[in-house]
Design a protein around this ligand. Structure first.
Ligand code: FE2
Ligand code: FE2
Length: 622
C-alpha cells in the first residue's frame, strides 16, 4: 500500500520517534549552558527545573548538580550526577572538572537507552491496544455499536480529538460514525463520491493512507480540496489529519477511518488549535492495523448478520409451514414467542424474592424466542385429521350415524304402511328419532358437560333402534365410547398422537447445528408440555429438571391456547377466565404460580391477545 504524506513548510512539525527531555537541576547550575549544548547535540530537549515537584522530573533524564543541591545517595538509573563523589547510585557520575569533556558522551548513551526503552514500550502498547480492540470488537453484535467502538478505540490509541468512519455503500461513501471531544459534531447525511476531490474520497479511491500535518496548508497541486465549513461554523478547526482505508480480506476498500487533530492527552477537549500535533508515521502504522482489524470485524459482523437473517428466514418459513397446515392456530407460535420473551424480561427486571437470581441475558432471550417460535413444529408429524379434529366424532363418522337415522325413519314409515302401527305411532317414532339424534349431536360437542344419565341415554338409543337393512344398531358401542370422551374432542389414542408432536419437535431441532448461543433451543422446546409435579409429557420431568425458560413458555402456551378464539375444538376464553384456569393449574402444582401472577400484574398479554367473549369451553391446551 502506498503512503501519501503532506507536510508543508511552516506547518506544525515534530521529528518522528520518541521524544526525550533532559532536565537540569537546579536551573541555576553554572553547568547549565554546557549541559544544554550537549543535550541539543544528542537530539534531545533541554528543560531547566528546580527539583520542586515529582511532575518536574517525571519521564525525564536528570542531570543533577550535586555541588549545588543535596539529595539522597540513591538517585536512580535515569540520573547523571555532577559530583566529586564516586559512591552514588545513579546511571553515571561526571566530576565537576570533567563536565566539558564527558557530559556529552554520558548524555548520548543515556538518551539512546531512553529511546530504545521508549520504542519497546510503544510496541508493547501497540500490541496491547490491538488486542484490546480485537477483543472488544469480537463481542459486538450491532453495527452502529461496532462502528462507535472502533472509533473510540482508534481515537484513544492515536490521541485524536475527532474521528469519522465512512462506509462504502452503493458506490459512494456515507458517514457511519463520527466523534469529537471538543465539539458536539453532527455528521452530514450527505454521501461523498469516491473520487480524488475529498480526503476520504481520495483514500477510498486510491486505497492509500493520507497523512496531513496541516489541512490549511495543503499544496495547491494536491487533487483533494477538503471543505470543513461545518466545523468552521461551529468554531472548530481541523489541522492534522490521518486517513486510512479499511480493507477486507480480499484487499477491497470497505470504508475509511479518518482521525483529526492529534493532541497530548486523549479524551480532553482541545484548549487551543495551536496545540494540535501532527500524526507520526508510527500513528499511521497503528491506524492501518486498527483499520484492518476493524474491517475484519465489520466483515465478520456482516457475515454473522447474513447468517442470522438467513436463519431467521428459515425459522419464519418453518413456522409458516406449521400454521398453514392448521390455519386455526395461525399466529399461535408468534404469540407464544412474544408472550414468553415478555414474561422472561419481566422476570429478569423483577426484584421480587420469587425471581431472585433468575436473569435472562439478551442471548438467552433470543434462544427462548427461537425455542418458542418452533415449539409446536413437530405438529408436522401428526396426522392432519387428528390435528384438525373439532368434535368427538370425525365429520364422516357423524354423517354415517345421521345416514342411519334417515334409514331408521324410512324403516318406521314402511312399518306404518305395513300397518304395524298407525299415523300417531309413526309421529311418535319420528319425534323420538329427532330427539335421539339431537342427543347424539349434543354429546358430540367437546364442550358439553354430560352427566351419567346422558351416557345411559346414549346406550338406550343403541338398544332402542336397529336398522334392518344394515343389520346394525343406530349407535354402535364404538360410537358410544367415542361420544363419551370425558374431556375435549380426542380419545386416548388421538391424544397420544397429538402428544408426539413434542418428540417430533425435539427430533427435528436437535439435528440443527445450533450456534453456542442457541444450543439449548431443542431442550427448551422439548419441555413445553412438562409439569412441575412430574405429570407432564413426554418425559415426566419434575420442576428442577425443567429449564426455567421452558416453564415460562408453558404459561404462555396455555394462555394462548385458552384465549385464542379460532380453534376447532374449543371457543375463546376472556383473559380473566384464563387467569383462574392458570391459577388452578399453579395450585395443582403444574405451572409456576408467581410467574402467572407477574404475567397478569404487568398485563403482559396486552397488544398480543385481545379479550374474548366469555364462553364455556374445553380447557385443554394442546
Ligand atoms: Fe405444544
Ligand atoms: Fe403450542
Amino acid at each position: 500500500m502506498s503512503f501519501v504524506r503532506v507536510t508543508p513548510a511552516g506547518g506544525p512539525t515534530r521529528a518522528d520517534g520518541p521524544r526525550v527531555e533532559v532536565a537540569m537541576v537546579p536551573a541555576t547550575s553554572p553547568y547549565g549552558a554546557v549541559v544544554k549544548a550537549a543535550t541539543q547535540r544528542v537530539g534531545a530537549s533541554f528543560v531547566p527545573v528546580d527539583l520542586a515537584t515529582p511532575a518536574d522530573v517525571a519521564g525525564r533524564i536528570l542531570v543533577v548538580d550535586l555541588t549545588r543541591v543535596m539529595v539522597a545517595s540513591r538517585l536512580g538509573r535515569r540520573v547523571i550526577a555532577i559530583s566529586p563523589r564516586n559512591d552514588l547510585d545513579c546511571y553515571d557520575i561526571v566530576r565537576p572538572d570533567e563536565v566539558d569533556l564527558r557530559m556529552e558522551r554520558a548524555l548520548r548513551n543515556l538518551v539512546e537507552i531512553e529511546r530504545l526503552q521508549s520504542r519497546v514500550r510503544e510496541e508493547r502498547e501497540t500490541v496491547q491496544i490491538l488486542n484490546e480492540i480485537g477483543f472488544a470488537l469480537s463481542a459486538m453484535t450491532e453495527t452502529s455499536d461496532l462502528l462507535q467502538r472502533i472509533l473510540t478505540h482508534a481515537r484513544r490509541a492515536l490521541r485524536a480529538d475527532g474521528g469519522s468512519i465512512y462506509l462504502l455503500e452503493k458506490g459512494t461513501l456515507r458517514f457511519g460514525a463520527a466523534q469529537n471531544d471538543t465539539i458536539d459534531f453532527q455528521p452530514s447525511r450527505d454521501t461523498l463520491p469516491i473520487d480524488d476531490n475529498s480526503l476520504a474520497g481520495f483514500v477510498a479511491n486510491r486505497g492509500q493512507v493520507l497523512k496531513i500535518d496541516d489541512v490549511d496548508r495543503i499544496p495547491h497541486s494536491a487533487p483533494y480540496k477538503p471543505k470543513y465549513t461545518n466545523d468552521r461554523r461551529m468554531g472548530y478547526r481541523t489541522r492534522s489529519a490521518l486517513l486510512v482505508p479499511m480493507l477486507d480480506r480480499e484487499s477491497a476498500v470497505i470504508g475509511v477511518l479518518a482521525l483529526f487533530n492529534r493532541k497530548t492527552i486523549p479524551g480532553i477537549p482541545l484548549a487551543s488549535f495551536d496545540r494540535v500535533l501532527p500524526f507520526t508515521e508510527r500513528d499511521a502504522d497503528l491506524a492501518r492495523s486498527i483499520a484492518s482489524q476493524a474491517a475484519v470485524a465489520m466483515e465478520n459482523h456482516r457475515l454473522y448478520s447474513d447468517i442470522r437473517n438467513l436463519f431467521h428466514g428459515f425459522v419464519t418459513a418453518a413456522v409458516t409451514v406449521i400454521e398453514a397446515r392448521d390455519p386455526s392456530t395461525a399466529g399461535h407460535s408468534h404469540r407464544v414467542a412474544e408472550l414468553t420473551t415478555r414474561l422472561a424480561r419481566a422476570v429478569s427486571d423483577s426484584n421480587e424474592s420469587d425471581f431472585l437470581g433468575v436473569r435472562f441475558s439478551n442471548q438467552e432471550l433470543e434462544e427462548l424466542n427461537y425455542a418458542s417460535l418452533l415449539h409446536d413444529f413437530g405438529k408436522v408429524g401428526v396426522p392432519e385429521r387428528v390435528l384438525l379434529k373439532a368434535d368427538k366424532l370425525y365429520p364422516w363418522e357423524l354423517e354415517r350415524i345421521e345416514g342411519r337415522f334417515k334409514l331408521a325413519a324410512m324403516q318406521s314409515q314402511l312399518e306404518c304402511l305395513r300397518s304395524e302401527y298407525g299415523e300417531e305411532g309413526l309421529k311418535e317414532k319420528l319425534l323420538r328419532l329427532d330427539d335421539d339424534l339431537l342427543h347424539v349431536r349434543r354429546m358430540n360437542r367437546p364442550g358439553f358437560r354430560f352427566r351419567p344419565s346422558d351416557i345411559d341415554e346414549l346406550t338406550a338409543i343403541g338398544n332402542r333402534w336397529y336398522v334392518e337393512v344394515l343389520k346394525q344398531p343406530l349407535v354402535s358401542n364404538d360410537d358410544v365410547r367415542r361420544l363419551c370422551i370425558p374431556r375435549g374432542s380426542l380419545d386416548a389414542d388421538e391424544r397420544k398422537a397429538i402428544e408426539t408432536h413434542v418428540v417430533h419437535t425435539y427430533n427435528f431441532l436437535k439435528v440443527i447445528p445450533w450456534t453456542r448461543n442457541l444450543r439449548r433451543v431443542p431442550d427448551l422446546a422439548h419441555a413445553h408440555h412438562e409439569k412441575l409435579d412430574g405429570s407432564g409429557y413426554p418425559r415426566g420431568l419434575s420442576q428442577n429438571q425443567i429449564p426455567y425458560g421452558a416453564r415460562l413458555m408453558t404459561i404462555a402456551d396455555i394462555f394462548d391456547a385458552l384465549t385464542a378464539g379460532d380453534r376447532p375444538y374449543k371457543s375463546a376464553l376472556p383473559v380473566e377466565r384464563a387467569r383462574s384456569i392458570l391459577m388452578e393449574e399453579a395450585r395443582a402444582g403444574h405451572i409456576e404460580g408467581p410467574a402467572v401472577e407477574l404475567f397478569y400484574a404487568r398485563r403482559l398479554y396486552e397488544g398480543v391477545t385481545e379479550s374474548r367473549r366469555d364462553t364455556e369451553a374445553d380447557q385443554g391446551s394442546r
